[in-house]
Design a protein around this ligand. Structure first.
Ligand SMILES: Cc1cc2nc3c(=O)[nH]c(=O)nc-3n(C[C@H](O)[C@H](O)[C@H](O)COP(=O)(O)OP(=O)(O)OC[C@H]3O[C@@H](n4cnc5c(N)ncnc54)[C@H](O)[C@@H]3O)c2cc1C
Length: 423
């Protein structure tokens, strides 16, 4: 590691990579990219579904459709997506329309958890060959925005920069919040997605054969999100005070397990006095943990409809005919843990979905709770390149400029253009 770089990038997720490739393409002299992990930790590594249609992943108040579309062309130059085909979509569209539900038709590519690792290795090795210093397992601790220094773990001296891009993702959102506070950058944080992850047999959600990740938008601010099939699993992710569930699947190289999972999320915008999405998420996450012995909760639809909790002894019997893939989840009663208003919107949406694709409300279907998506604290940007103060840029999911891989990569390009003065 040198003592000074033209640009230091914190985070090697898609936002950081998008910035690094653009800087290299424009001939920036010296670049350091650091990551506290051994490999980037977000969605580029997990499942890696890349969405190429606005507004999926793009916060609409920061991106216009034309702008996002032109950046998506630049993103695909590097990620070279193979877009999944949609078939028989008209039937679903017609049924959805009749019920006041929208089905977004989007261009998407699915890499899969196993192949995503190879993609990341390929991208980082290209950067290394072009002279970018990449330091993994190195954490950024502090930024001195006046002296333009960064303090890293394992380094006795600070490293100087001309420009610095912070792209720490959702896992680094609280660190970024501290940096904003220390650097006097004002920020807001008020949106959070709360919901369940649904797991069922593929035969009960056959649309996935026609459309890999169908995006339904229901009334009541509810949407389907992140559908996985093939070799598909529900997983848990650790946050400070709770576990959230999530889902992923492997590439088509792996043997299918006959299951599908997807999230049903309700977007909540908070107003005074609880204005923090993170705070609300922590309250609900802890409540769920208290009720289910510190683990996520799961309930069969058959039990939910009868107003009964699910129990261990009845969890795999008769009509409850497949094993949950998240075996550590505790059978319980989601109605006790989720606020009524959120639950009502999700349940109504699931009934609409079952009318469009009959089967999803089979008694065996499992709902896991909580699935929580918090978003970064959004700083006040002082230009269109996500600059927050002289020579300091904040981008990606951690800074609220994206909600997905491709938009994060596009954010990186936008910040790099601010530094190089390019278009
Ligand atoms: C399990 C999972 C699955 C997902 N699946 C998808 C998907 O299929 N499709 C999709 O579009 N989106 C998906 N997402 C969302 C996706 O991860 C994000 O939208 C995207 O990765 C954001 O990119 P980013 O570069 O902002 O952050 P990230 O990809 O999260 O990268 C940030 C990096 O910064 C590092 N970091 C954080 N703090 C520091 C620090 N202080 N010092 C050094 N390094 C630091 C982290 O280790 C991390 O590697 C998924 C997210 C998760 C968690």
């Amino acid at each position: 590691m040198k003592k000074k770089y033209d640009v230091i990038i914190v985070g090697s997720g898609p936002a950081g990579l998008g910035a690094a490739f653009h800087l290299v393409d424009k001939g920036a002299a010296s670049i350091l990219m650091i990551d506290k992990s051994r490999i980037s930790t977000g969605g580029l590594r997990n499942d890696c579904k890349q969405n190429y249609t606005y507004p999926v992943g793009f916060p609409e108040n920061l991106w216009t459709a034309d702008q996002a579309t032109s950046y998506l062309d630049l993103v695909s130059d590097h990620l070279k997506p193979v877009i999944e085909k949609h078939t028989n979509i008209d039937l679903y569209l017609k049924r959805a329309q009749r019920l006041g539900v929208s089905l977004l038709e989007i261009d998407q590519c699915h890499v899969g958890t196993d192949r995503a690792r190879l993609l990341i290795e390929d991208l980082t090795s290209k950067l290394t060959k072009q002279g970018v210093d990449i330091c993994l397992e190195t954490e950024a601790l502090e930024i001195d925005r006046d002296k333009k220094h960064i303090t890293l773990t394992g380094e006795t001296e600070t490293i100087a920069y001309t420009d610095c891009i912070l792209a720490p993702g959702r896992s680094g959102a609280l660190w970024l919040q501290r940096i904003m506070h220390n650097c006097d950058v004002p920020y807001t944080d008020n949106v959070v997605d709360i919901g369940v992850r649904v797991e069922t047999r593929e035969q009960h959600y056959p649309i996935v054969k026609d459309y890999y990740d169908p995006k339904f938008l229901f009334p009541y601010n509810v949407r389907t999100f992140c559908t996985n099939s093939g070799a598909a699993y529900v997983v848990r992710e650790k946050y400070d005070q709770y576990y959230s569930v999530n889902g992923h699947s492997f590439s088509k190289d792996k043997k299918p397990n006959g299951l599908v999972n997807f999230a049903m999320l309700n977007t909540i915008r908070l107003t005074d006095p609880v204005v923090s999405g993170h705070q609300f998420a922590a309250i609900l996450g802890q409540m769920a943990m208290q009720l289910s012995g510190g683990m996520p909760m799961m309930q069969r639809i058959g039990d939910f409809r009868l107003g009964k909790r699910s129990k261990k002894e009845s969890f795999n019997d008769d009509l409850y005919d497949f094993q949950a893939t998240l075996t550590s989840a505790t059978p319980g009663d989601i109605g006790l843990a989720m606020p009524a208003k959120i639950l009502r919107g999700i349940w109504r949406s699931m009934k609409l979905l079952d009318t469009i694709i009959p089967g999803i409300l089979h008694p065996s279907t499992i709902m896991y709770y909580p699935e929580i998506k918090t978003y970064g604290n959004r700083p006040r940007f002082i230009d269109e390149h996500f600059k927050v103060s002289e020579n300091l840029y904040m981008i990606g999911d951690g800074a609220g400029t994206s909600r997905g891989i491709t938009a994060a990569w596009a954010s990186g390009i936008r910040a790099a253009q601010g530094i190089t003065g390019s278009r």
